[in-house]
Design a protein around this ligand. Structure first.
Ligand code: ZN
Length: 129
């Protein structure tokens, strides 16, 4: 099942409710795992707290740890840092599903990181029993 997103330039989007809805439909009350996968090379997925300050901190910290360099890729579309951060954070998360419901800790949310927007983005949700 595909979840579609409209993103800003650089931002963290809480997609937990969309993933929960998809998992409910796909799992039909069964237990297993959900895989959430982003189709893009300048976006990432992680599980963390959806506190508004932290969501901005994540973006700022990630861009600050990737050094400013004369990246070869920037000859093409000037977004090498976004690609590098996407690779560091990762393009998927695996989540437990119990009786049709995502099983997350109290403060855990599924977070989508847009690193080179604004764009239309697609995230794939797959349920495996
Ligand atoms: Zn690029």
């Amino acid at each position: 099942m595909i979840v579609e997103l409209s993103t800003g330039k650089r931002e963290v989007i809480d997609i937990t409710e969309e993933v929960k809805k998809a998992v409910r439909k796909l799992s039909e009350g069964k237990s297993g795992i959900a895989i959430v996968f982003t189709f893009h090379t300048t976006t990432a997925l992680t599980v963390n707290e959806a506190e508004s300050g932290l969501m901005k901190d994540l973006i700022d910290a990630l861009f600050s740890i990737v050094p400013k360099m004369n990246y070869l890729h920037n000859r093409i579309d000037n977004n090498a840092e976004a690609h590098i951060i996407a690779s560091i954070v990762g393009n998927s998360v695996v989540l437990p599903v119990s009786d049709g419901e995502l099983t997350l800790g109290t403060w855990q949310r599924v977070l989508f990181l847009e690193l080179d927007g604004p764009r239309k983005r697609k995230v794939y949700v797959k349920f495996i029993r």
